[in-house]
Design a protein around this ligand. Structure first.
Ligand SMILES: CC(C)(COP(=O)(O)OP(=O)(O)OC[C@H]1O[C@@H](n2cnc3c(N)ncnc32)[C@H](O)[C@@H]1OP(=O)(O)O)[C@@H](O)C(=O)NCCC(=O)NCCS
Length: 200
């Protein structure tokens, strides 16, 4: 290969890396800095936070998965499983994830193939965005913007969790949640909506 072509390829790869890192800095790393009081520096977040690694791999795997070319879906799944091995966070490359996702601690998080996640969402360790096993096609939840899902919570099914809602730690949510709600318990019940306490 002529030297000129080689230099061009290396320059293109470096440029792509810089763009990816810039995206990361603006959205993923700043999400961790804003939402984790324990985060002391961007370098710490970049090198030590499992969320950044898992989402980084996802950001490369997702477009490969969407191309649907022979072998690409396999590579995308491989990347997802590789990141899972290091972080304990399994993000299916088919999931659609908006900017600013932060997965605090991370271990045991599962994000299913047809899950859709809005912007600035926070998930804690042990969260499952999964299916019930009864649905086909779109079978995982859709999370609106600014949703928080507490540690160990399971959100199961193809319904929507509305913008700005909070799911309590260890809740099991199996039905639609309107925006601005707080849901706790098994099965999940709304205990607060638009800042007001909700009673049965
Ligand atoms: C659900 C949550 C967001 C509620 O926050 P909030 O809006 O401040 O609501 P409150 O604390 O006033 O709680 C409202 C009611 O839900 C109950 N509740 C709160 N969290 C609960 C939970 N995880 N499971 C069961 N009940 C819960 C409270 O006891 C209270 O009940 P009461 O009205 O009978 O007194 C919060 O408690 C939570 O679980 N956050 C997840 C945080 C997390 O996972 N951290 C992990 C760090 S590693």
């Amino acid at each position: 290969m002529p030297l000129k072509q080689l230099v061009l390829i290396v320059a293109a790869v470096l440029f792509a890396k810089v763009l990816l890192l810039r995206w990361f800095w603006r959205h993923e790393i700043s999400a961790a800095m804003e939402r984790d009081p324990a985060a002391r520096s961007t370098w710490e977040v970049l090198f030590l936070y499992p969320s950044v690694m898992a989402i980084g791999f996802y950001r490369i795997a997702h477009p490969l998965h969407q191309l649907n070319w022979p072998g690409f879906r396999f590579i995308a799944r491989w990347m997802s499983q590789y990141a899972r091995g290091w972080t304990g966070i399994e993000i299916h490359p088919g999931a659609v994830i908006g900017k600013g996702l932060f997965i605090d601690h991370g271990m045991g998080v599962v994000i299913g193939e047809t899950a859709i996640i809005g912007e600035n969402v926070t998930l804690f360790q042990g969260v499952t965005l999964g299916g019930t096993g009864k649905e086909k096609g779109k079978r995982h939840p859709t999370l609106g913007n600014n949703v928080v899902v507490g540690a160990g919570a399971k959100v199961l099914g193809s319904f929507t969790i509305g913008n700005n809602s909070q799911i309590g730690a260890n809740a099991v949510v199996v039905q639609e949640v309107p925006p601005d709600s707080v849901v706790v318990g098994v099965p999940g019940k709304i205990v607060r909506q638009n800042g007001k306490r909700v009673t049965d």
